[in-house]
Design a protein around this ligand. Structure first.
Ligand SMILES: NC(=O)NCCC(=O)O
Ligand SMILES: [Zn+2]
Ligand SMILES: [Zn+2]
Length: 467
C-alpha cells in the first residue's frame, strides 16, 4: 500500500529555484511539486500533512566528508555511526559519505568490509563510502577498478602524515592515472607532510609544545605547495582532482588558477575554516587543543578568501570533516606535545545552520547555501538527483527549516558524542525543525523520531560535476 505525505505552504529552495510550493511524497520519493494554493496542489490527499507555512523546505544536507570511529593517534573518533548519523539528522543532514580506511599491508577490500560492518544497521540516515588509500601497489590499483564498479567511486590520498596515511608523489601519480581510466575521483589531503614533520621536530626541540604551534608548523605555504603539486600531478595523469579541507588563501589561489586554465580541479572547505581561526588555537589552558585539525585553522584574514572562493565557485563544496575527539581523555593525549593531539573537530550537526548564518550575514545566497551543502556534493560524488535536490523522482530527504528561530550552539544541547562544541556560545539564526529521510520522519518538530538502521548504504556513480 502506498504512503503519502504532503508538505504545504513552505518556500521550497533548491540550488536553482525558490518557489512557494507544496511537495507531495509517495513511497519515500518526491512525487510532485505544485504551487501552493493552486487547484493541482489542493487536490492532493495524503495520510500525513506537514504545515511548512513561514518555513523553508530544503533538500537534506549531503555531508561528503565525515570520519565516524576513525582510528587516529592511538584513539578513535568519538562518534559512532549510530551517534554521528543521529546528530547529523538533528542538523538537517540526511546523507553522509564517510571514509573507509585501507591500512598499510592490507587490501582496500578489507578496509571497506571493516567500515561496512561498523555502519551496517546503525545509521539513522543514508550513507556511502570513500576509500582512503594508504598503500598504493599493483593489487590496490586493480582493486580501485572493482570499487568504482561497486559504487565506491572516490579515493582519498594524503600528502601529509608520513608513516601513517602518506603517499609519495609516485604513488599519487599511479592512483591518479588509474582514476583517469576507471572514472574514480582522487580526493587530496594537500599538505607537505615531510616538511611539516621537520618543522614539528624543530618546534618541539625549542620547547614549543602548546596547541597553537600546531597551526604555526603546518604553514599555509606548505598547503599551497602541496595543492599546486597535486594539481600538476593530476594534470600529468589527465585525472580530475578534489582537494579536501582547503583552509589557506594561497591554496584557494592555486585552485583558482588551475580552474582558469580549464582543469577539472575542485575544492572543499569546512565551517571551521570559515568561522574559527588561529585565535581559537591560541586559547589558554590547553583549550586550543579543541581546535586542532589538519589542515589547521588559519589567521582570520584567510576567511574572506574562502568566502569569495565559495561565491566565485573556485570552491564548490562545504563539508564538515567531522572527526570528534573529546577534550577529556582524547585531546589531552597531546598535553606537553601538540603533535600528539588527535586531529579533528566535531561539526556534522552544525554545518547547515552555520551556512544558513552565512546567508543571514550576506556571504552567500540561499540557493548557493543549498548548492554547496546539498546539490554539488551530491553531484560531485555521484548521488544526484537521488540526493541533493527536491524534484520528482528524488529520494524524499527533506528538511523543514525555520529561518527565524534563534539558537545558541553548545555542548549542553548538541547531540554529537563529544564533550565540547567548537562553536560554544555562538548565536545563530535558523534551526532545523523537521527532517524526513526517504519519506520517514527522523526529526519531528525537534524530537528524534528516527531509528538506528533506517539509514542504508548508498552506492554512488562516478563524478557528475566534470567540465
Ligand atoms: N582533518 C583532521 O584533522 N582529521 C581527520 C583526518 C583528515 O581528514 O585528515
Ligand atoms: Zn585530511
Ligand atoms: Zn577528513
Amino acid at each position: 500500500m502506498s504512503s503519502r505525505t504532503v508538505i504545504r505552504g513552505g518556500l521550497v529552495i533548491t540550488a536553482s529555484d525558490e518557489i512557494h510550493a507544496d511537495v507531495l511524497i509517495e513511497d519515500g520519493r518526491i512525487a510532485a511539486l505544485a504551487a501552493s494554493g493552486t487547484p493541482a496542489a489542493e487536490a492532493w490527499t495524503a495520510e500525513r500533512t506537514i504545515d511548512a507555512t513561514g518555513k523553508y523546505v530544503i533538500p537534506g544536507g549531503v555531508d561528503a566528508h565525515t570520519h565516524m570511529e576513525l582510528p587516529f593517534g592511538g584513539t578513535f573518533a568519538a562518534d559512532t555511526f549510530e551517534t554521528g548519523t543521529r546528530a547529523a539528522a538533528w542538523g538537517g543532514t540526511t546523507t553522509i559519505v564517510d571514509f573507509a580506511v585501507q591500512s598499510v599491508g592490507h587490501s582496500l577490500r578489507e578496509g571497506l568490509d571493516t567500515w561496512n560492518a561498523k555502519a551496517d544497521g546503525k545509521c539513522a540516515i543514508d550513507y556511502g563510502f570513500h576509500m582512503i588509500v594508504s598503500d598504493v601497489n599493483s593489487e590496490t590499483l586493480k582493486e580501485m577498478d572493482l570499487l568504482v564498479e561497486e559504487g565506491v567511486t572516490s579515493f582519498k590520498q594524503f600528502m601529509a602524515y608520513p608513516g601513517v596515511f602518506y603517499s609519495d608523489d609516485g604513488q599519487i601519480l599511479r592512483a591518479m592515472q588509474r582514476s583517469a581510466e576507471n572514472g574514480g575521483l582522487i580526493m587530496m589531503h594537500a599538505e607537505n607532510g615531510i616538511a611539516i614533520d621537520v618543522l614539528v621536530e624543530q618546534a618541539l626541540a625549542r620547547g614549543e609544545t602548546d596547541p597553537r604551534y600546531h597551526g604555526e608548523v603546518r604553514k599555509a605555504l606548505l598547503e599551497a605547495e602541496a595543492t599546486h603539486r597535486a594539481i600538476k600531478l593530476a594534470q600529468v595523469a589527465g585525472a580530475p582532482l578534489y582537494v579536501v579541507h582547503v583552509s589557506a588563501m594561497e591554496a584557494v589561489a592555486e585552485l583558482a588558477r588551475a580552474r582558469d586554465e580549464g582543469l577539472n580541479v575542485f575544492g572543499e572547505t569546512c565551517p571551521q575554516y570559515l568561522f574559527l581561526s588561529t585565535d581559537n588555537l591560541a586559547e589558554p589552558d590547553f583549550e586550543g587543543s579543541k581546535y586542532v585539525c589538519s589542515t589547521p585553522l588559519r589567521p582570520k584574514e584567510h576567511q574572506k578568501y574562502l568566502w569569495r572562493g565559495l561565491r566565485t565557485n573556485d570552491l564548490q563544496v562545504v563539508s564538515t570533516d567531522h572527526c570528534p575527539f573529546c577534550f577529556v581523555g582524547q585531546k589531552e593525549l597531546g598535553r606537553g606535545d601538540f603533535s600528539k593531539i588527535p586531529n579533528g573537530l566535531p561539526g556534522v550537526e552544525n554545518r547547515m545552520d552555520l551556512l544558513h548564518q552565512a546567508v543571514v550575514d550576506g556571504h552567500i545566497t540561499r540557493r548557493r547555501w543549498i548548492e554547496i551543502a546539498c546539490a554539488t556534493p551530491a553531484r560531485m560524488f555521484g548521488l544526484y538527483p537521488k540526493k541533493g535536490t527536491i524534484a520528482p523522482g528524488a529520494d524524499a530527504d527533506v528538511v523543514i527549516y525555520d529561518p527565524g528561530a534563534e539558537q545558541i550552539m553548545s555542548a549542553e544541547t548538541h547531540h554529537m558524542n563529544v564533550d565540547y562544541s567548537a562553536y560554544e556560545g555562538k548565536s545563530v539564526t535558523g534551526r532545523v525543525e523537521t527532517v524526513l529521510s526517504r519519506g520517514e520522519l527522523v526529526i519531528t518538530e525537534r524530537e528524534f523520531t528516527g531509528r538506528a538502521g533506517h539509514g542504508v548504504y548508498t552506492p554512488r556513480s562516478t563524478c557528475q560535476y566534470l567540465n
